[in-house]
Design a protein around this ligand. Structure first.
Ligand SMILES: Nc1ncnc2c1ncn2[C@@H]1O[C@H](COP(=O)(O)OP(=O)(O)OP(=O)(O)O)[C@@H](O)[C@H]1O
Length: 407
């Protein structure tokens, strides 16, 4: 468990209005394949008009969870409830087409032999011809493709096809939309615009959206709530701001960005480090802890004749390092420093252009309101830089190591 240096972070997740029925309720969903548990006791709630992102590394069970909710996969245990109506429960399995759920996957596969209008109308089973036509026209206007109404999929770009797929999924007014990596087939330039546009349309339609992604940026951009998944479990749920700024453990922090880590031992609820003392309340004496900070929260200052800035309560003590490399990344510059105190590498992300030459001495401070203190494990020797968690196995090892230490 994290002991955050500051507990002042605002809670931005508004409580669900009392009495409102969740569109989607998932309780205790569990599924094994060949005796291997893949989804473990997953529970979540999505309100009308809310977007929840199921975020996690490859293989953590996101798609299986989504498939069970859609009804194309069965659960060993647990319930799926849509608008108060049970869809999956012990002894009950409502077929996918009767769940009122819209699906959108990366491989959105429009029917090539049907026109855009026919593709969108495909799922419309009720209503007169004129009503169906009106709904198709309305949706194509929303996705700004009305001029392609009679075109065929091969005449459209990837982004346009994706928008037709969205219109098709929304046509029958689903109560719940399940989206599995829907934007990953699109190139970067198109993606941001289509994400924003899709989000606007989904909100207008009032469906509850559960979107699966392994990309933290996508989840931060789209979600009202992020459910962070690892090893088949949801390990943290909350507004993007809270999940990013108050991670439950080091693996959760590492999933969103590279981390700088320094290590210390707790004495009297404090840890001494080259950056001064850090609070470690509630952690027993003698426990080794990792003090973790994201690259954008390090502060840098120039060397003035071998001296750095004076310590402050906000920044603690400054420690000296030497620039190893500096790169310009567009909106920010990334500066890597080898620290004098033990030769480890720290990484600082600085807004705009800051490209000091290799060998330049600089002073570094940890912003106290932006670091986390987690119990560490001697088995992981990662003092210095920890790269963003890629695989589920790596994230689990990191979390298990933290969890093994006393809280
Ligand atoms: N039908 C199946 N039979 C056996 N194993 C399966 C089946 N479906 C999924 N799995 C396994 O379950 C685990 C979780 O898979 P799942 O697709 O749910 O993960 P994911 O988090 O969506 O990963 P990715 O982002 O890579 O798609 C994987 O190890 C996968 O191989």
């Amino acid at each position: 468990m994290a002991t955050k240096a500051s507990t002042n972070a605002p809670t931005l997740q508004p409580p669900a209005p009392a009495g409102e029925t969740p569109r989607l309720q998932v309780e205790g969903l569990t599924r094994s394949f060949g005796g291997r548990p893949v989804v473990k006791d997953v529970s979540l709630t999505v309100m009308p008009g809310q977007v929840t992102c199921l975020l996690g590394p490859s293989g953590c069970g996101k798609s299986t969870t989504l498939r069970i909710i859609a009804g194309v996969e069965t659960a060993d245990a647990g319930r799926v409830i849509v608008d108060g109506e049970e869809m999956t429960a012990p002894g009950l399995h409502v077929p996918p087409e009767r769940r009122g759920i819209g699906l959108m996957f990366q491989d959105f596969a429009l029917f090539p032999h049907l026109s855009v209008a026919e593709n969108v109308a495909f799922g419309l089973t009720s209503g007169s011809r004129a009503e169906k036509r009106a709904r198709v026209e309305e949706l194509l206007r929303r996705v700004r493709l009305e001029r392609y109404i009679d075109a065929y999929p091969h005449e459209l770009s990837g982004g346009e096809q994706q928008r037709v797929a969205l219109a098709r999924a929304l046509a029958p007014r689903p109560r719940v939309m399940l989206m599995d990596e829907p934007f990953s087939g699109l190139d970067n330039r198109l993606r941001d615009g289509i994400r924003d546009e899709t989000l606007d349309i989904l909100k207008e339609e009032g469906a509850a959206v559960l979107l699966v992604t392994h990309e933290p940026e996508e989840a931060m951009r789209m979600a009202d709530e992020i459910a962070l998944m690892r090893g088949g479990r949801i390990v943290q749920k909350g507004a993007p701001y809270n999940v990013y700024n108050a991670p439950v453990d080091q693996a959760a922090a590492a999933f969103f960005s590279d981390l700088n880590v320094i290590r210390g031992v707790v004495r009297g609820a404090l840890t001494d480090t080259p950056f001064g003392q850090f609070l470690a309340p509630g952690i027993p004496d003698g426990t080794m802890v990792d003090i973790v900070i994201r690259p954008q929260h390090l502060k840098l200052d120039l060397d003035r004749g071998g001296r750095g800035p004076a310590p402050t309560p906000q920044e603690g003590t400054w420690a000296r390092g030497v620039v190893v490399r500096a790169r310009f990344l567009g909106a920010e510059s990334l500066v890597e420093l080898r620290m004098d105190y033990d030769g480890s590498i720290l990484r600082a992300s600085v807004p705009s252009v800051f490209l000091p030459k290799p060998g330049t001495p600089l002073w570094v401070a940890f912003r106290r309101d932006r670091c986390f203190v987690f119990p560490s494990s001697p088995e992981i020797s990662h003092t210095g830089l920890v790269r963003e968690g890629e695989t589920d196995a790596a994230a689990e090892a990191l979390a298990d190591a933290g969890a093994a230490a006393p809280r």
